[in-house]
Design a protein around this ligand. Sequence first.
Ligand code: FO1
Length: 309
Amino acid sequence: MKVVVLVGGVGGAKLAYGLAQVLPPEDLTVIVNTGDDTWLYGLRICPDLDTITYTLSDLVNKENGWGVAGDTFNTINAMRRYGEDAWFGLGDQDMATHLLRTRWLREGQSLTEITIRLTKKLGIHQQILPMTNAPVATIVDTKEYGEIDFQTYFVRYRWQPTVKSLRLAGIDQASVSPEVETALNEADVLLIGPSNPWLSIDPILNVPGMRELIVKRDIPRVAISPIVGGEAIKGPAAKLMLELGHKAVSAEAVAHYYGDVINGYVYDVVDGDLTVPQQNVTKFETIMKTDEIKVALARNVLEWIEQWN
Ligand code: FO1
C-alpha cells in the first residue's frame, strides 16, 4: 500500500517515523513543508526537511525534535566571541548539511535532487521530497515587529509575537515537482501529519496545483489532529488559531479547516465525540511521547483505513 504523508516539523516527523517502522521503505513518501526555510550566514537552512531526515536516519536530537543528537555548537559560540547574536542554534554537524546543500544549490542542483542525495547517503530508503523546488518563505505579520520571517518569529521571538496574518512569499512562482506529482498520483493513501495546519500544511497545499492533485484522488485522505484537548502538543498552533480569528482551539475546528481536502480524520482519545464534516472519523492515542506510540499510531491509522476503504 503506497502511502504519502504531508508533514511540517516535529509532530509530522514523529508520525513519519512511525510509518517508516510499519511500511516497506518503497511504500512511504514524505512531502515536506519548505515555508520555514531561510538564508542564514549565506547558508540555505531547510528545518523541516532536516528534521525529517535526521528523524528517519535516527540522527535527530530526540529531546528537541530537531538538530543532530549530541551535536556541538563551537562554530556559533566562536561567532558570539565577535559579538554575533547567534539566536539560531546551528550545530557543528548540522552545519555540514547546510554547507553541502548550499554548495549543490549554487551548482544548479534542485532541492529535490539534493534531498534525495543527502537522505540516500544517510541510509534512508523512504522518499523524502520538498513540497516544491522553488524557494518560498512563510512571512509572519506581527503586531509587535511588523513582518518578520518564520525563524525570527518561531525561534528568535519564541512564537510570542501577536500574529496578524501569514503570507507565503514566492508561492506564485512555485510548482509541484514531477516527483511529488508522481507520488500523489500513485498513492493508495494520503495522510496529513499532526503538524500545524497554518504554518506547516497550508504552505504545502498552497503550492499551485497541489490541492487539485490531492482532491482529485478518490483514495483515503486522512488528517491526524495536531490539537488535543483544546491544546497544541508543541508550538504555536493553539495561540495562532485564536490570533487568526478561529472561534475555538479544537480538533473539530481543524477538521472543518481542512474541509474536503480530507475524507477521514483522526483525533485524540482524550477528546469527546466530535462533529466533523468528514464521514470517516476515529480516535487513537496521538500524543507520540515514545517510539512505541509513534508506531502504534501509524499502525492503528493504516488498519482503520483498510476497514473503510
Ligand atoms: N528551533 C528552536 O526552537 N531553536 C533553535 O535554536 C533551532 C535551531 C535549528 C537549527 C536547525 C534546524 O534545522 C532547526 C532548528 N530549530 C530550532 C527548529 C526549527 O526552527 C523548527 O523545527 C521548524 O522550523 C518549525 O517546525
